[in-house]
Design a protein around this ligand. Structure first.
Ligand code: ATP
Ligand code: MG
Length: 299
């Protein structure tokens, strides 16, 4: 029984393997996104390493993926934290194969950075400021000299299309780590994204909601509620565009169950919006603040 289930799983796993994850919706390239996209592409085509800076959920990863797709580069990414080691990026020798074949190319398991360097892909270092200094320093040679000394195989020279992008949240929301000075100096362009303007954000929400069929009035209310969290001094971390997408997906799918759009928004908003927003104001809970915001916008 167990063996059957295991075999079934392996078959399903095999079917699930894909070459590349493709972007499945339209990418809105208006306003700040147009500028950021052009800057990103121009920097990469000039061999300059850009850093995308912006709060969570504003579209940093999506832009990097879009540029990779549009320029025919494979896409490799690593989410950094203090546990990511240089060998996680570079790769390592498989001990069993080393015993059989020795330390050479056939026993080497490449990591995402070496893969991107060899294939001419785009390597995206997500939240690079959270990496240890040791790990950050291991990136200097690939960035500056476009090579990596892979002992004992030899010097790996990067393909001419190899490109590197880093992303980070603005320092105040990014925890305690910082990008090391040597690395900062090697990043040639700083591309900043913020919360998009109303029209753009509503378009982004629509594009990301399958079978979107809400009236404009409902979308307006959702945007106003999400945006209000960004202008509420008592909330330390406001709602991201991602939260607007989540809320719209729920309201869009289940609106029929409610008396009207207001009731649907009122039902889902607290669950979507009350995640990790730390409250600055004493004596208030997150739910009280969300309730105030929602009530004010649905009057
Ligand atoms: N210009 C855009 N066009 C279409 N969808 C967008 C756009 N910008 C953001 N989105 C959507 O918003 C969501 C968040 O985007 P993304 O994951 O790229 O954010 P991020 O800045 O990388 O966030 P984090 O800092 O949390 O990693 C995604 O569902 C993405 O598809
Ligand atoms: Mg991201």
């Amino acid at each position: 029984m167990l063996a059957e289930r295991e075999q079934g799983f392996r078959k399903m796993l095999e079917k699930s393997i894909v070459e590349n994850i493709k972007i499945e919706h339209k990418v809105i390239l208006k306003g700040q996104y147009r500028t950021a996209y052009d800057l990103l592409k121009d920097s990469l085509d000039t061999g300059i390493t850009p850093c995308l800076v912006g709060p969570p959920g504003v579209g940093k990863s999506l832009l990097a993926r879009k540029v990779a797709e549009d320029t025919g580069r494979s896409f490799h990414e690593v989410f950094f934290d203090e546990n990511v080691t240089p060998s996680r990026l570079i790769g390592s020798f498989d001990p069993a194969l080393v015993v059989r074949n020795g330390r050479n190319i056939s026993s080497f398991e490449p990591g995402p950075l070496i893969r991107a360097m060899v294939e001419g892909g785009l390597f995206v270092a997500q939240e690079l400021n959270r990496a240890t200094e040791f790990c950050q320093n291991s990136l200097i040679a690939p960035l500056e000299e476009r090579h990596y000394h892979l002992f004992p195989i030899g010097m790996v020279k990067a393909h001419e299309n190899f490109a590197f992008v880093s992303t980070q949240n603005p320092i105040e929301t990014a925890g305690t780590y910082r990008l090391s000075k040597v690395l900062v100096d090697r990043m040639g362009s700083w591309i900043r994204l913020d919360y998009p303007d109303k029209e753009t954000e509503m378009e982004i929400i629509k594009e990301n909601t399958p079978a979107f069929s809400l009236p404009e009035s409902a979308l307006n209310k959702i945007y106003d509620i999400v945006n209000a969290t960004r202008n509420t001094a008592s909330l330390e971390i406001p709602a991201s565009p991602r939260s607007g997408i989540f809320l719209t997906k729920l309201v869009n799918k289940y609106i029929e169950r409610f008396e009207d759009e207001d009731a649907a928004i009122r039902f889902f908003a607290p669950a979507v919006l009350s995640k990790e927003m730390r409250v600055r104001e004493e004596g208030k809970t997150i739910n009280m603040i969300i309730e105030e915001i929602v009530t004010k916008r649905l009057e």
